[in-house]
Write a protein of this length. Structure first.
Length: 131
């Protein structure tokens, strides 16, 4: 009789969730739609970490989505802290701090993002960057 041990490697989610596959990965793979502005914001942060520009463009409100590339290769994202998330009807906001390194120097992005829900789907609209 042979005992075999299977080892499963679980990759943590960049947004701070336990496993990428069951956290933001399910949204980025398009298996599910984010149900809250916070889920969308966390999955977008994860997409920046993974350099998944297609997901970022697909979740940005077409009325405000810029034409230029969104991924900046010199930025290495290091962590996310969600400060507040609110949802009122079809409008939502998420305040967060994202930590990064640019050219080896620590930086942080403190933003309050705005989201809108249309046809049952959340979209990123824009954000106010805090100093």
């Amino acid at each position: 009789m042979s005992d075999t041990m299977s080892i499963q490697i679980v990759k943590p989610c960049p947004c701070g969730g336990e496993a990428l596959e069951t956290c933001c990965g399910r949204f980025i793979s398009e298996a599910e739609l984010p149900q809250t502005p916070e889920q969308l914001m966390r999955s977008r942060y994860t997409a920046y970490v993974l350099a998944n520009e297609a997901y970022l463009k697909a979740t940005w409100d077409p009325a405000t989505c810029p034409a230029e590339e969104l991924i900046e290769p010199s930025i290495k994202w290091d962590g996310l802290e969600v400060r507040a998330a609110q949802e009122e009807g079809n409008d939502g906001t998420v305040e967060f701090i994202a930590r990064a390194k640019v050219g080896g120097r620590a930086r942080r992005l403190h933003e309050t993002s705005r989201f809108i829900r249309r046809d049952g789907r959340w979209w990123y609209v824009d954000g106010d960057i805090k100093a």
